[in-house]
Design a protein around this ligand. Structure first.
Ligand SMILES: [Zn+2]
Length: 321
């Protein structure tokens, strides 16, 4: 009850905030589609029994509703074995069937061949080639990133961001509300010596909406879901889902202007089957709300369809205002 009251207060405060904020929403007002895509690692569509699938445990009502209305899309794409992150994310963010091209599902971090595909074909670069602005909203802990170990362990989004922009959103950006840390609340940064403020998932959502409204296409990556599912700790997974749900709640509440398109998808199943700590071959959700949502859901059948379908919304020859 208390939490609900707090949320309602935040929502109404944000509503009045939004009223003042709307006139300076930026370049996207009335100028084509503004897309915010949330990539949630390890989220498949599975059984509706809450014992098996924590999504139906009551911890995440907003996510539940999104999954009910989502299109179910294929993450295996004709390749034997369980889908994995390096190939799945490459397919999702480039439109190339990376698992078919590699002949197998590759886990973890992309190898040299996948990195080449990502550098050439990533959606950020493709948007910019067409004259649209795009961004990756996650904050990077750069001290760690520049260390030799992390240079070798570059994720798909890191390779794409580096190739497209040559730079990352930093902790300084994050402190100014211009980037969102991957765990939303910054708690995990404390282990790395961060002494700044922690924030609520709702505030992280507010920051993300501001970033998204200043770009034609914005991506945010959330991978605590996959990590918690691999650990097999039900309580930890439920707490991750609760946090994610509060974040999604504020995004859906705020990001619903007439030119705004909200998307949520994943690279492979995992958390929806608590009977295994491995990935699953289940379809993954492609949830869409707002401008062109139904058309996109009808067109997208697998991970590799996402980028081509999105690019159809952004015809070439645009010039960034
Ligand atoms: Zn995984």
């Amino acid at each position: 009850m208390k939490e609900y009251e707090l949320l309602s207060r935040i929502y109404s405060a944000l509503d009045s905030c939004l009223k003042c904020y709307t006139p300076r929403m930026g370049k996207n007002v009335g100028q084509g589609i503004c897309t915010l895509m949330i990539f949630v690692d390890g989220l498949g569509l599975g059984h509706s029994d809450p014992e098996v699938n924590p999504v139906f445990s009551g911890a995440c009502p907003v996510l539940c509703e999104l999954l009910r209305e989502a299109a179910a899309i294929d993450a295996v794409m004709g390749v034997e074995g369980l889908p994995q992150s390096a190939t799945g994310q490459t397919s999702l963010l480039t439109g190339v069937n990376a698992q078919a091209q590699m002949g197998r599902h590759i886990e973890g971090f992309p190898n040299r061949e996948l990195r080449d595909i990502i550098r050439r074909e990533n959606i950020f670069g493709k948007m910019m080639e067409r004259g649209y602005s795009s961004t990756f909203a996650n904050a990077y802990y750069l001290q760690a990133y520049t260390s030799a170990e992390l240079r070798r362990r570059r994720s798909v989004t890191t390779v794409a961001t580096e190739a497209a922009f040559g730079k990352f959103r930093s902790l300084e950006d994050m402190l100014a509300g211009r980037a969102v840390y991957q765990d939303l609340t910054r708690e995990q940064l404390r282990r790395r010596g961060y002494e700044g403020p922690l924030i609520e998932p709702e505030e992280a959502g507010y920051h993300l909406v501001e970033i998204a409204r200043a770009h034609d296409f914005t991506l945010f990556e959330y991978f605590q879901t996959d990590l918690a599912a691999h650990r097999g700790d039900r309580q930890a997974l439920l707490s991750v889902l609760e946090k994610l749900d509060r974040f999604l709640g504020i995004l859906l509440h705020m990001f619903r202007g007439s030119n705004e398109l909200f998307l949520l998808t994943s690279d492979h199943g995992n958390l929806e089957d608590f009977g295994t700590r491995l990935h699953t071959g289940n379809p993954v959700p492609f949830a869409a709300r707002g401008r062109e949502a139904s058309r996109l859901k009808a067109k997208i059948h697998s991970l590799k369809d996402v980028v081509p379908a999105l690019l159809e919304l952004y015809p070439p020859g645009h010039s960034i205002a």
